[in-house]
Design a protein around this ligand. Structure first.
Ligand code: DC
Length: 224
């Protein structure tokens, strides 16, 4: 392989792709990109400056986003916004701003720049379909909106954020509709992706499946 290997994990909101991608990156010792965090950072900035949804303004903000990732923390304008970007309001705003093709284009190269040796594990909505169409291994995780809303509720609770399950389910379904119906880079099963229904599986079982697929694919590609 003459390019750093890339593994993509796509799927709808709350399906556990972030958890899987982090575990996989840690196990392999590779870089990790949470592409949703980029869209959330942009949305948080837009909400803060009250920019509205005018593409030219959004692109300007996207191109000049002052962000960095350090350990497991995320910074915007030198402020730790790790928890702030996880608010449902920010997720919904991210789903809206990310529907603009110009915005996606503005963030494309930033995402591709994360593909560095020894390899990259990345998760999102279009990582295997648009950002890294030649990825070495692609996964698509899915589960019902009810199961995903339940998991998100537990995740938010653990970070001290309290929300109503009904609101969460409604937001999740709204976000699914937005992410799947947008014209550019909608959420789809990328060509060649390994599909896993995580609904009835534990975290450990999903990870086991992912890791065994990765090992056999990378071995047959002559990689790791
Ligand atoms: O994965 P997430 O919930 O953190 O993503 C927040 C929103 O960002 C999601 O609703 C749609 C958008 N997004 C995207 O359009 N493309 C990606 N690769 C990742 C996220």
């Amino acid at each position: 392989m003459n390019h750093p290997p890339v593994i993509t994990i796509d799927g709808p909101s709350g399906v556990g792709k972030g958890t899987m991608a982090t575990m996989l990156a840690n196990t392999l010792g590779w870089h990790f990109l949470d592409s949703g965090a980029l869209y959330r950072l942009l949305a948080l900035k837009v909400l803060r400056v009250g920019a509205g949804l005018v593409p030219v303004q959004l692109v300007d903000i996207a191109k000049n986003l002052d962000i960095y990732f350090k350990d497991t923390r995320v910074y915007l304008d030198n402020e730790d916004v790790t928890e702030a970007i996880r608010q449902e309001e920010v997720g919904l705003a991210a789903s809206q701003t990310s529907a603009f093709p110009e915005v996606r284009q503005a963030l494309l190269e930033r995402q591709r720049a994360f593909a560095q040796a020894p390899g990259l594990v990345t998760d999102g909505r279009d990582m295997g379909s648009v950002v890294f169409p030649n990825a070495d291994v692609k996964f698509y995780l899915d589960a019902s909106p009810e199961i995903r809303a339940k998991r998100r509720e537990q995740q938010l609770k653990a970070s001290g954020i309290s929300v109503k399950f009904g609101d969460l389910l409604e937001d999740m379904q709204k976000r699914d509709r937005q992410d799947k119906s947008r014209l550019v880079a909608p959420l789809v099963v990328p060509q060649g992706a390994i599909e896993i229904d995580t609904g009835l599986l534990s975290k450990e079982q999903v990870f086991e499946k992912i890791l065994s697929e990765v090992k056999s694919r990378l071995r047959s590609n002559g990689g790791v």
